[in-house]
Design a protein around this ligand. Structure first.
Ligand SMILES: [Zn+2]
Length: 318
């Protein structure tokens, strides 16, 4: 990493809390992470952020730091810096997150929705680099995302655009974490995939899934599919087709150059890709059939890097 100004990127997640120094080229240094004390409430979690930022700063000249970019789960009103209700973190309801962070941290804080942060990271420094139109989708415990159109970040009312997981695919379908029925997330997230695998394995005559009492989670299903298990292969194919179906709607809505897929399930991108892209081709109108799906390049760092790049951008424009 060369010299020059540095921003601190913080990625507040329901499971992990990460922080690092990020330079203007998106390079990551001093990355630290801890498990988020998600049940502890805002004071505990903000204390963790303060501590983590302190440890990232060790040995660094504070004069090199331009600010702190924080990526946090939504729905988050980034116009006013308020966490409206974060389902994965206790107590973050109508909580003035930006102001509370600013009180504890020694540099200017800017706040961004996690899906939008990750989309910016991939667009500037990852798999979406060089494209004017990028839709980023993270497929993990839930589904989130962010949209870049015409080289601009799509933020929408209150900065909440891109809640891709909650587009409704199936009327009166499965119950989603948001309370609605039939959301994309309720069918295609890693949790939905694992739940489907558990339900099917119960009724299957022969399958490796759950054999000898082993846990049935996403990695177990992919590994059984690789070992030739028929049920697991069906489940992977089905998951890929559901993802492809959702992506087709995104392609029609936003006309991106690429869809960048991140999150835990993107580790199995190669296993999902054939059926996922075939389904996208099948559902897309003729003029949209050549849109590609690519794997995230920054992985766990996309949110950190994106949030920090907003800090650099602000500093350069001031
Ligand atoms: Zn939903």
């Amino acid at each position: 990493m060369g010299s020059g100004p540095l921003a601190i990127g913080v990625d507040l997640g329901g499971t992990q809390l990460r922080a690092a120094l990020i330079d203007r080229n998106g390079a990551v240094r001093n990355r630290k992470s801890v498990f988020t004390k998600a049940a502890g409430g805002p004071d505990v979690v903000l204390g963790q952020i303060e501590h983590l930022v302190g440890s990232v700063l060790q040995g660094v000249d504070g004069r090199d730091i331009t600010g702190i970019g924080v990526s946090a789960p939504g729905p988050l009103d980034t116009r006013n810096g308020v966490a409206l209700s974060i389902p994965t973190l206790a107590g973050f309801v109508d909580y003035p997150l930006a102001a509370a962070l600013q009180k504890r941290l020694p540099f200017p804080v800017s706040l961004e929705n996690d899906g939008i942060s990750a989309a910016i990271g991939e667009w500037r420094f990852g798999a979406g680099r060089g494209f004017e139109n990028v839709v980023y989708v993270t497929v993990s415990t839930g589904i989130g995302g962010g949209v870049i159109i015409d080289n601009r970040v799509l933020r929408g009312r209150l900065g909440m655009a891109g809640h891709i997981g909650h587009m409704i695919l199936v009327p009166d379908g499965e119950r989603c974490s948001c309370g609605n029925l039939g959301c994309f997330e309720a069918y295609a997230s890693g949790s939905a995939f694992a739940a489907r695998a558990m339900a099917r394995a119960k009724h299957a005559a022969t399958t490796l899934l759950g054999a000898n009492g082993t846990a049935i989670d996403s990695p177990a299903v992919f590994s059984a599919a690789r070992a030739g298990d028929a049920l697991a292969q069906d489940l992977v194919g089905e998951e890929a087709r559901i993802l492809g179906t959702g992506f087709a709607s995104l392609v029609h809505l936003f006309s991106p150059d690429v869809i960048v897929m991140g999150g835990g399930l993107s580790h199995e991108f190669d296993a999902l890709y054939p059926a996922m892209s075939a389904r996208l081709q099948e559902c897309a109108m003729p003029a949209f059939k050549d849109v590609r799906i690519v794997r995230s390049e920054l992985g766990e760092n996309s949110g950190l890097v994106g949030a920090a790049s907003l800090v650099h951008e602000k500093a350069e424009n001031s």
